[in-house]
Design a protein around this ligand. Sequence first.
Ligand code: BTN
Length: 249
Amino acid sequence: MPYAFQIKWLDEVDSTNNEIYRQIDSLDNLSVLSAWDQFAGRGQRGNKWSALPGENLTFSILLRPGMDVVPEVQVLDQFRVSEISTLAVKDLLSAHGIDSKVKWPNDIYVGNKKICGMLIENSLRGKEVSSSIIGIGINVNQTVFDPSLVNPTSMKKLSGESFPTEDLLEEFCSLFGNRIPLLSEYATLKEEYLSDLYRKDEIHPYRNLRTGEIFRGRIIDVDGTGLLVVDTLDGRVDKFSFKEIGYII
Ligand code: BTN
């Protein structure tokens, strides 16, 4: 069943996640706010997300699990929201000939370069996720980036083509809708999420942010709660939350 997204474009806003949060009581399930100019975009770990006005996609979706045939999501299963969102971005890129991987937890990479980041903010009611603000930044037509960014890329840099961002957002919403049923089909969701996970089963260096130590390890799994499962090559397997491990790229 196609889901009915309500897309609204805003001329300028600090952050589309903030704007959804401010309007949350009046917005319908599956509302999408997208900014031409997001001037104070927020990233993970308190970082900024910068995107040149008009050249990229910076948008947030309000998802209310358990409403309008969106499956319920238990608090313990909230990582599933990240999983469907990353798969939908991969679907979009793939539809335009760009082969990407999910860099756990929810970045999208092409080779060793980042093309998309997400900031997902959930509200919980008892044991359930009552709403999820899924903020997504996709580098689309921007080709010159702030030198302080480590490894950015964009759809245009990779393909040489420019993309109309409004059409791309409509396409994304349709692909995201196709992934929503997977919220209640965990085996398939996990298989698909793991199938193209950046660095899975390969040996690479990481920083253990609990101890500061650099170690070589192999990502072998992501568990149901979203922890990264790493073989630390010393006869042990360790699980890390997002705050506990850094990739060395
Ligand atoms: C990251 O990689 O650090 C996450 C970046 C998330 C950026 C998106 S852009 C739309 C939404 N609004 C925000 O303020 N952040 C997210």
